[in-house]
Design a protein around this ligand. Sequence first.
Ligand SMILES: Cc1ncc(COP(=O)(O)O)c(C=O)c1O
Length: 337
Amino acid sequence: MENIDWKSLGFGYCKTNLNVRCAYKDGKWGSLELSDSEYLNLHIAATCLHYGQEAFEGLKAFRGKDGKIRVFRMDENAKRLQSSCDGILMPQLPTGLFTEAVRMVVSKNQGYVPPYGSGASLYIRPLLIGTGPQIGVKAATEYLFMVFVMPVGPYFPEGFQPTDLIVLRRFDRVAPQGTGRYKIGGNYAASLIAGKKAKAGGFSAVLYLDSKEKKYIDECGPANFFAIKENTYITPLSDSILPSITNMSLMQLAESLGMKVERRKVPLEELASFEEVGACGTAAVISPVKRIYDADLEKEYLYGNEPGAWSVKLYQKLQAIQNGDEPDPYGWTQVVE
Ligand SMILES: Cc1ncc(COP(=O)(O)O)c(C=O)c1O
């Protein structure tokens, strides 16, 4: 697409050629269909509109130096969508159908995959919604799965530059036995107010604590939390956070680089002892954190204005695999023709 300025792309919606759709009816999934419409024709009583039967995913495709397009760990996104479906009583979409849809939509929008070296990538947004009508709180009998794509730049305008997070105890994203481990719209609706307050204060995201005791770190608004101390990669173990595929990959890379990996409860006070802190997710890969402000206790934790050495190493390693610059010994990337 000759008129796209790849280097100045932000993280936002833009129209591309085609999206893929697949309907569930009479107890089974139909075939994949291409659409050039950005709109849906939806029943006014569809359960996605009333009772939040809606789950989504987010993954990326990257153009390599060799010109090939690689999608990162789409099987894991398929599995996580299945888990989200279980969480809100929607029928699971089979992994094969998910990956076929991703391949199809990427292939049909190849011109929108940003060039190697631009820092941009193709963001892939799968979405599964209850379309069948219900009034009275019940699961639908009909569903629609869709995948659309768009070229994106960095999620945080700062890119790999360190950002600030804020702790705001008055807001919870999810409940202790709630839906935090699923990627469903309701969790994000519940995070909008706190997210807006954070941004208004100059912070890039909220750092959520566990909503039961407010003692342990859960995750950042749109990303998992990790910290580094004494050559150890530490990340929270919690039932109410989204199992991040980036975090899962970073844990494996950290081990391969000789680090120790600890997945455990992380008490808030431990922030004072960390050497490096970061947020990780598909959108930003790693966002190093330079400051965490505990707004209630008026206390701050500082980590330096430059990304830490381990964060840089992990970021470069993961990006090298995603771009195809280095061999992919884990089989994380899939080439799309
Ligand atoms: C709440 C939340 N946590 C973590 C992540 C990171 O997960 P992943 O690495 O799979 O993108 C995301 C988004 O992608 C998210 O929305």
